[in-house]
Design a protein around this ligand. Structure first.
Ligand code: FE
Length: 196
């Protein structure tokens, strides 16, 4: 996509695309409505947050998640397009993972929903590879020089989910309360999960 394409009104582009698909009989209105409703209400970062909270509270689940992300995520019922090959990356005090798609906007839909605009922004996609520490600092994520930063480029196949560090002081929280702390941005790896 070029900058000129980006300048077109997204609503106009969407309308044109939808008309074309309908006209050619490739989709019907009901399918489009169902798709939009699904990604507005049923699929989003709340799914990924449940995965993270379970991993924080169930060491066996965490192990399964790190070995086979796709299968462990499916245990919670989350699967579907753009989630067929999930790899989960664990953040620790010494390693910080952050995810990008340098080519386009590949994103793990079943656990995070549709990608935010900043994730699709050419600036994020190029800069996080070139100067990850500077980009993370702009997100308020200041990593010490002793922390290794790993940038993961989503390929045409693999989608990543970052398993953030469980914040200190959350020992007494339930899985549900923990899930409420987990943000989309932390699961992409641009931020950490803050203590309540
Ligand atoms: Fe992509």
């Amino acid at each position: 996509m070029t900058d000129a394409d980006d300048a077109l009104d997204p609503a106009l582009r969407e309308e044109a695309l939808e008309s074309l698909l309908l006209e050619r009989g490739l989709v019907d209105t009901a399918t489009i409505e169902t798709f939009i409703r699904t990604y507005e209400t049923a699929v989003g970062p709340m799914n990924g947050a449940k995965v993270v909270a379970k991993a924080w509270t169930d060491p066996d689940y965490k192990q399964r998640l790190l070995v086979d992300g796709t299968a462990a995520i499916a245990e919670l019922g989350f699967k579907g397009p753009q989630g067929e090959h999930m790899v989960v990356l664990e953040n620790t005090p010494s390693v910080h993972n952050v995810v990008v798609c340098t080519l386009c906007s590949c994103y793990p839909w079943p656990v995070l929903g549709l990608p935010p605009s900043w994730y699709k922004d050419p600036a994020y996609r190029s800069r996080v590879v070139r100067e990850p520490r500077a980009v993370l600092r702009e997100w308020g994520t200041d990593l010490g020089p002793d922390v290794e930063v790993r940038v993961h480029d989503s390929s045409s196949e693999v989608r990543y989910l970052v398993l953030p560090e469980r914040p200190a002081g959350t020992e007494s929280l339930s899985e549900e309360d923990l899930a409420a702390l987990v943000t989309r941005d932390a699961m992409v790896g641009v931020t950490k999960v803050a203590a309540p």
